[in-house]
Design a protein around this ligand. Structure first.
Ligand code: SF4
Length: 316
């Protein structure tokens, strides 16, 4: 382990096998290394983003973790794509406090009419460079429309490793998701792609996902920690422990090195008093103000946490 620690501190790329052994390392040594790497590439800055669930529920996909899948029987709100004014208003309000605002829709993709409507709004938006879209599968013509409307960021999670993916979704493939991400890169978008942990995957699946994210050059990596929602197929799974979450973040920083690592869903529920440790673990950002179908903490408490850590909040 001593040699491996020396390699990590000297910023060498580690193998998948070595990455797996890091889960056995004590938390102090692991976080000492991951925080050094975070400081080297990200300084003392913190990125904060928020999202709007712009179209909710009744999704025809069978993602076993998702409250919005029609295969799961949950009490999630169901509504069609929100009015442009509502989305615009929410985005301007959020962007007073956060650097990036994501517009997220349920379903495998949006139809032409929905895309046209959103693109019209993007063209008129004075902060379009700070918006991102998470709208599922995107055909070439939509990528071009999004590009022409000023959008620069596409969010599309891989969720887990290719090997484990069939256990959580059977209605679309991992390769389809990779294709969407590759196309986004080809059209010059920044990609925001990460995963969901605590859905029954192994530690090896987590390491495999980190290496895939490195290979596809994800610019920003959201890390979500599964919150068991009543009525979903995975509702029975045990919650992840705080130190296991911190170790997973640290190992992602050690493998990925340069991208933004954003801690998103499950932060408040699973980390509780250890929320501020995410930066020591290697994250340089987080989502604030709630998630797609669950509540989170507001920006005031998160701002205070950043201030208490003597870190700087990036608002653009
Ligand atoms: S994760 Fe997305 S695609 Fe899967 S069920 Fe939920 S809304 Fe549908």
């Amino acid at each position: 382990m001593d040699n491996l620690m020396l390699e990590i501190i000297n910023d060498k790329q580690i193998s998948k096998d070595d990455a797996l052994t890091l889960f056995n390392l004590d938390i102090e040594n692991l976080l000492f290394m991951s925080s050094k790497i975070r400081r080297k590439y990200k300084g003392n800055n913190v990125k904060v983003c928020s999202i709007i669930n712009a179209k909710s529920g009744q999704c025809g996909q069978d993602c076993k973790f998702c409250a919005q899948s029609s295969f799961n029987k949950t009490n999630v709100k169901v509504y069609p794509l929100l009015d442009n004014n509502k989305i615009k208003e929410a985005s301007y309000k959020a962007l007073e406090n956060v650097g990036c605002f994501g517009i997220v829709s349920s379903g495998n993709s949006l139809n032409n009419q929905e895309i046209e409507r959103l693109c019209q709004m993007f063209k008129e938006h004075t902060k379009v460079s700070q918006l991102g879209v998470s709208i599922g599968k995107i055909p070439d013509k939509t990528f071009i429309k999004l590009k022409n409307s000023g959008i620069t960021k596409i969010h599309h999670n891989l969720e887990t490793s290719e090997n484990f993916y069939p256990n959580i979704c059977s209605t679309h493939s991992y390769q389809e998701r990779i294709e969407t991400l590759k196309k986004a890169k080809k059209y010059g978008f920044k990609i925001c792609c990460g995963g969901l942990f605590g859905i029954g995957e192994s530690l090896k699946d987590r390491v495999d996902l980190a290496f895939t994210l490195k290979e596809i050059r994800s610019d920003s990596v959201p890390m979500n920690f599964f919150m068991p929602i009543k009525g979903t197929a995975l509702q029975h799974l045990p919650a992840l422990k705080p130190l296991e979450i911190l170790k997973t973040i640290a190992i992602f920083r050690i493998i990925l090195k340069t991208p933004d690592i954003m801690v998103c869903g499950g932060r408040e529920m699973h980390l509780r008093d250890l929320q501020s440790w995410i930066f020591q673990a290697g994250a340089n950002g987080m989502m604030t103000g709630g998630y797609l179908t669950t509540n989170g903490r507001d920006i005031i408490a998160d701002r205070q946490m950043i201030k208490d850590l003597d870190m700087q909040l990036e608002t653009e």
